[in-house]
Ligand binder design. Structure first.
Ligand SMILES: O=c1ccn([C@@H]2O[C@H](COP(=O)(O)OP(=O)(O)O)[C@@H](O)[C@H]2O)c(=O)[nH]1
Length: 551
């Protein structure tokens, strides 16, 4: 906007000038913003309503350029003091000479300013637009001994250090038992997976189905079936492979994981989730010293068979089991109990077909029975865990997951800062709880789980202390965990992490400009805007007040 600069001089100090104009002292006058203009007929009236110090006799005002020539009548409020009911005449041409702030210049500067602002905003918006994050997906089926679980993982297509940041996106628990239980009807093993697979189809975006790898890894249950009946285990693998191939994912095989692999991938999972492998994650490029051993037959379910086998070794019709609650009474089949390569060779010759399994709920006695399933006498190394297997001294942090977590969580014993003695006391109280009372207290818990928590807790504590040699001091280095940062702990994530190295990353989205270019453009535009701003203040430059026109 153009401003003309004039000054108004009063003959005496106004008693009170209303308004919001700023007035300088009488010498030198300063530029002031604000007057109200009113056009009446051919005449513009300036309504001054100013507050001013009594000593101020002159004021210099800025106001929109007037048509030239023109008259301004000053009408002061409160009622004019003995001054100036004057007509002011301003020669516009004269003003033009004095004020270089001409219209064409203003237009040019305004246009450049607007273009600069638009350019700045456009560049900033384009550069900082959130890039549409592209994900890759992978599906791993954990075919465990007691059940199968499906995990969907996702990671940004742009890999971090050649390894995707893989996280669990969804999980699905397959209904029914583990796939090894379908040895006599393999097609049902495949059938059982379908519900979770359809769920996976819904969770992975359809456009990514074909590029999503699908793996199935089988652990202890299938290891045992493989030992017992290789052809039956092959049939189960064929059946699950056949079922999985029918889904639109890229099926990359159903295979048996060795105990070593299971241990190593579980180790990778927890260390990855705890960010311990973040910096240089090259699993097979780095040397990590890892001790892993998997005791086939010492998973919780097989350990229970071993314990029961020990108690029924003479072929009794009834056993009073200290690991089950008082009042517990179930009739079980010898054939079912011994239907596992872990115990099949121990089946008593003269056993009846059934036995009555009753509980007496005694933690100490239970521990004694449980200890019987370990062989501590044989060790050909400097030190062993049990059954003659070497084990280094425990040091560092340990994670207990899956059954360790389920059991200790139920027993309210996940806090490992609780002294071992207190843990045992708590377990003793739990084991002594009558079965009926326990059922009433936990109506929502599956009876099979509920009945076994006394045994399971005793087994876990015995395995950790007697088997793996954790002491009262080192017990607290164990953490019973289910998930870390939203991902289940187990071997599957470690497996997925390793396999993602095989999946090529697609070209990532990059910002429209390289960073240096973006910074340069923004800097230049900011400089232009700054210069324009300085120019826009030109009417306020001191020059304006140098030669005021005196009215
Ligand atoms: O709420 C639960 C869920 C599972 N389990 C038991 O936990 C074990 C599952 O362990 P894991 O996941 O290691 O078994 P797998 O993968 O071999 O099936 C089985 O004995 C289950 O009976 C349990 O006691 N409580």
């Amino acid at each position: 906007m153009h401003f003309s600069c004039i000054s108004i001089v009063t003959t005496s100090a106004p008693p009170a000038w209303g308004g919001n104009a700023k007035l300088g002292a009488s010498e030198p006058p300063s530029c002031c913003s604000f007057l109200m203009l009113r056009q009446e007929k051919q005449q513009l009236s300036l309504l001054l309503s100013l507050h001013c110090l009594p000593s101020v006799h002159s004021a210099l005002f800025l106001f929109p350029r007037f048509p030239s020539p023109f008259h301004i009548s000053l009408s002061l409020s409160p009622p004019p003091w003995p001054v100036s009911d004057k007509f002011i005449e301003v020669d516009n041409r004269d003003m033009k000479e004095k004020n270089p702030w001409h219209r064409p210049v203003t237009i040019i500067i305004t246009v450049i300013g607007v273009i600069a602002i638009v350019a700045l905003v456009t560049v900033a918006v384009l550069q900082n637009k959130p890039l549409s994050q592209k994900y890759k997906y992978g599906i791993v089926l954990d075919a465990g001994s007691s059940h199968t679980a499906l995990y969907i993982y996702q990671w940004p297509a742009e890999k971090d250090n050649d390894t995707g940041r893989v996280e669990q996106m969804h999980s699905c628990k397959v209904k029914g038992p583990g796939i090894s239980s379908y040895a006599s009807n393999p097609s049902m093993a495949g059938e059982s997976l379908k519900e979770c697979m359809r769920e996976a189809q819904r969770h992975v975006p359809a456009s990514h189905h074909s590029e999503t790898s699908l793996y199935l890894g089988a652990t202890a249950g299938m290891r045992l079936l493989d030992l017992e009946n290789k052809s039956a285990s092959n049939k189960v693998f064929l059946a699950v492979a056949d079922a999985l191939q029918k889904f639109p994912f890229t099926f990359r095989g159903a295979r048996l994981l060795s105990g070593q692999e299971e241990g190593a991938f579980g180790w990778v999972t927890v260390n990855y989730l705890d960010d311990r492998l973040k910096q240089e994650f090259r699993l097979y490029g780095n040397d990590y010293q890892l001790y892993t051993h998997s005791f086939l037959c010492y998973g919780k379910d097989q350990a229970l068979r071993l314990t029961l086998a020990h108690q029924t070794r003479t072929g009794l019709g009834t056993i009073a089991d200290p690991c089950f609650h008082p009042g517990y009474n179930e009739t079980k089949k010898y054939s079912d109990l011994y239907d596992s390569p872990c115990v099949s060779d121990r089946k008593p010759q003269q056993a009846p077909s059934n036995f009555t399994h009753t509980g007496i709920g005694n933690f100490q006695q239970c521990q004694e029975v449980v200890k019987k399933i370990f062989n501590f006498s044989r060790c050909e190394y400097s030190q062993c865990s049990f059954n003659g297997v070497f084990q280094p001294t425990v040091q560092g942090k340990y994670g207990g997951f899956s059954a360790y977590y389920f059991v200790m969580n139920f027993l309210n014993l996940t806090d490992t800062s609780i002294p071992l003695e207190s843990v045992k006391e708590k377990l003793a109280r739990h084991c002594a709880t009558p079965w009926r009372e326990l059922k009433n207290k936990h109506p929502d818990i599956k009876l099979k789980y509920l009945a076994e928590y006394c045994f399971s807790g005793t087994y876990i504590i015995t395995l950790l202390t007697e088997g793996y040699n954790f002491t009262s001091e080192t017990y607290s280095t164990i953490e019973f965990i289910k998930k870390i940062k939203g991902s289940d702990t187990g071997w599957t994530l470690g497996y997925m992490l390793t396999l993602t190295n095989l999946i090529p990353a697609e070209a990532p989205d990059t910002p429209p400009l390289p960073h240096a270019g973006y910074v340069s453009i923004v800097t230049v535009i900011a400089l232009v805007l700054f210069v324009l701003f300085i120019f826009s203040l030109r009417p306020l430059w001191p020059r304006c007040s140098k030669q005021p026109q005196i009215v």
